[in-house]
Design a protein around this ligand. Structure first.
Ligand SMILES: [Zn+2]
Length: 394
């Protein structure tokens, strides 16, 4: 073995700290209010949708449904109806959130966005029964709102403007209820389906895979149907179906990944696929010597670089090759390495599925692995993905 490597020798201080994990909070949101400790936030797309909704209600929907009122009244009706609709959506999501908390699941918050709301939970569902109750709690709120609002509109002697708003709001809550009960993850109906399959078969992973394929099928039908509608009717109304279908396809794929991650929490850790004694290169080594001795001997793609007995960065043989032949003798590895500050450092205890996304986005697609503040080794995507693939087929 070449004398320039430090393979097998423990690397001393300074302590190697893991890179901060990527934040789970949705970007582009603003906080609206807080109910019983749960943050209700809105995505930026929400303001755009509220404006669009007010305009279409005041300009078309209410003048048609309640003729003979003034423009000012229509504007007021549109504003009130749009805001109350979003209150309804928030109540629907709070239904999920409150039930989830009863089941012992921590809530991160509620985000209202383009197509409704999302209640964000932390952790995984404790049981099939719990998921079923959490999934059904939101639609039950919508059902109650729809029934009460319609009953009020029909039974009470109200002014025409108020009557119109209540009628529209009650109907819309029932339409949203029907949409949410489509058995396509991550819609509530999809969660009900998954919980039912999970409860019957006892296998969360298998239930998720079935529910995701059902959701994917629904998504494809909506996209195709929407496009066909556009051509048949010559109007853009069908685009809505296509957009919702496209959203379902993306969201279903995301649900599949999350479920795989939950399966794998009991599965491999970063430590399990770490290369423990990687061939390391001292920072002062000339590029020529690095290529002629270390790369030729070991044929790895990326090597950790060390300085003063501790990790200093990562160097790839491709970057070394891109240095002109004439310059290789005079330049050092530290000049072309990715410095430690930019290197992804993963804790050896992290679940592998969680770490793999960060690994694929990291410089040189490699991570240093730290255990108790010490360099424990190197992680490559080939090893990580192979381990996950074996697990998926098991
Ligand atoms: Zn819901």
């Amino acid at each position: 073995m070449s004398s320039t490597t430090t393979a097998g020798r423990p690397l001393a201080a300074p302590p190697l700290r893991p890179s901060p994990p990527a934040s789970g909070r949705m970007s582009g949101t603003l906080r609206l209010f807080r109910v019983s400790g749960i943050d209700v936030e809105a995505h930026w797309s929400w303001t755009f949708i509220v404006a669009l909704l007010v305009w279409s209600l005041a300009d078309a929907v209410f003048p048609e449904a309640n003729p003979g009122l003034s423009d000012g009244t229509y504007a007021l009706m549109g504003t009130a109806a749009a805001l109350l609709l979003f209150v309804s959506l928030a109540l629907h999501e709070l239904g999920h959130a409150v039930q989830a908390r009863r089941e012992g699941m921590p809530i991160e918050g509620i985000t209202l966005w383009l197509l409704g709301g999302v209640a964000r939970f932390r952790g995984s569902f404790p049981s099939a029964g719990a998921e079923l109750r959490i999934a059904i709690a939101g639609p039950l709120v919508s059902l109650a709102l729809g029934v009460v609002l319609l009953a009020a509109a029909l039974a009470l002697p109200l002014p025409a403007a108020v009557d119109g708003v209540l009628l529209w709001l009650g109907t819309t809550n029932l339409v949203l209820l029907a949409f949410n009960m489509i058995p396509a993850l991550p819609l509530d109906g999809g969660r009900v389906l998954r919980a039912a399959l999970w409860g019957r078969g006892g296998d969360f992973g298998a239930a998720t895979r079935t529910a995701v394929s059902v959701a994917t099928a629904f998504g494809r039908v909506l996209v195709a149907g929407g496009i066909v509608l556009v051509f048949l009717t010559g109007t853009l109304g069908g685009l809505w179906f296509a957009v919702i279908g496209w959203f379902l396809l993306n969201a279903a794929a995301g649900e599949g990944l999350v479920a795989l991650g939950e399966d794998v929490h009991a599965g491999p850790r970063v430590a399990d696929v770490t290369i423990h004694d990687p061939v390391a290169v001292p920072a002062g080594t000339s590029i020529e010597r690095f290529l002629d001795e270390i790369v030729v001997d070991h044929r790895h793609v990326v090597y950790p670089v060390t300085a003063d007995g501790g990790p200093a960065g990562l160097v790839s043989f491709r970057d070394a090759l891109s240095v002109g032949r004439g310059e290789r003798g005079g330049r050092r590895v530290e000049e072309i390495m990715v410095p430690l500050a930019r290197v992804l450092v993963l804790d050896a205890d992290r679940p592998l599925t969680e770490a793999v996304g960060e690994l694929l986005a990291a410089p040189l697609r490699r991570a240093l692995v730290s255990a108790d503040g010490q360099l424990a080794g190197l992680l490559s995507p080939t090893d990580a993905l192979r381990a996950l693939e074996i697990l998926r087929r098991a």
